[in-house]
Ligand binder design. Sequence first.
Ligand code: HEM
Length: 405
Amino acid sequence: MEKHSRRNMLKVGGALGALGALTIATPAQAVPWTWSAAGSVAGTGAGTDPKWVWDEVADPLVASLLDRGDVPRVNELLRGWTTNGQALPAGLPADLRDFIETARRLPSWANQAKLDTALDFYKKRGTYLGVLYGLASGMMSTAIPHEARAVYYSKGGADMKDRIKKTARLGYDIGTANAFNPNGQMIVTCVKTRLVHAAVRHLLPQSPGWDGAADEQIPISQADMMVTWHSLATTVMQKLGVWKVPVTSAHSAAYLHVWQLSAHMLGIKDEYIPASWAEADAQAKQVLDPILAPTPEGINLAKILLNLGAEIDGGLLTPNLLGAFTRYTLGDRIADWLRIPREVLWDPAFAVFWPAFIAAKEFSLAFPGTPELWWTFDELLRQAVTLFLSGGQQFSIEIPTGNRP
Ligand code: HEM
């Protein structure tokens, strides 16, 4: 089936059912979907390959809002909707209001005790999470072809600084007290992001740049969503393990829960959300590891990301330092794909001294490196948190009405 006729089907009838979609050629890099829904939070499911599932409720709704020209007014109204328990502003189109009222409800499996424990985890490990979201997940996203192309050709791709701040909003909100409670903001952020993704599914296929580069007809499938989820949650958890940061089993379970809940609120179906870290690792091996690859768009975005740090006061986060940290956390393969230069000084410094730095911090051990190196590592943590976690809270997430100009 040709790209544009599929897009029209999405427009008129919501996301395609699995049956029709199976007639489309499988993307080159895809591996067969065998992950069982028995390992999901739902515990059961139809087993449909998530590459052919999008968001059958939000997609036709937002496509219709865009076609009706309602989005600028909706964005203006939704700017005032900021906390989870807040009533929706008057004047929203009735279909959107109905959607949000349903989408904002937490699933029955939300667990307040785990959310409280997750907050404790964030308090204790927030600095590591900040640097990992920004530099492990953020840089990895540029080596995820579907995401790199979607970001590059969407409206936000033209101003990465602004986009990072908006995306950081989620990283910030997820770690706040009461994130999912009535006076928190995470539900609002997730529901708005769900609307943004639905808009992107409608808009990107109209971008000649995206259309020419992409190997898919409609962006941001449920599989893509899980890929990004793993680049965030699973990767961060794995890296904490590699760094030998002590994480209690209660913290580990609570951190997983926060991300499961976020996935649900972003519109990911429960049958695709892993029920345990072991299931997450297994799913990531299937959906994330095989699809990582360089693209011209990703290389371009990686360069922009590495240069963003230099704008922080003090200028410590140079592209060289951030590049070396990326090479250390994501490995040579990804760093070489992203054309990150080798650093004579910093590459060995991270390889030799970062584990000792973490051990010294965590276990009050003596640091074998110099005080200057300790200071640099410590500032890297602190400034990365400033860059990636605390800048986002004042930005409102808005539904785009166009692509990158
Ligand atoms: C927008 C988070 C998955 C592509 C956003 C925003 C957030 C976010 C917070 C709003 C910020 C903004 O407006 O710039 C997430 C999370 C995901 C996820 C937590 C998964 C767990 C994906 C995937 C893709 C994608 C899989 C593409 C394959 C985009 C694009 C935008 C966006 C293109 C809009 C940028 C624009 O303003 O033009 N996402 N996202 N996202 N996301 Fe995602």
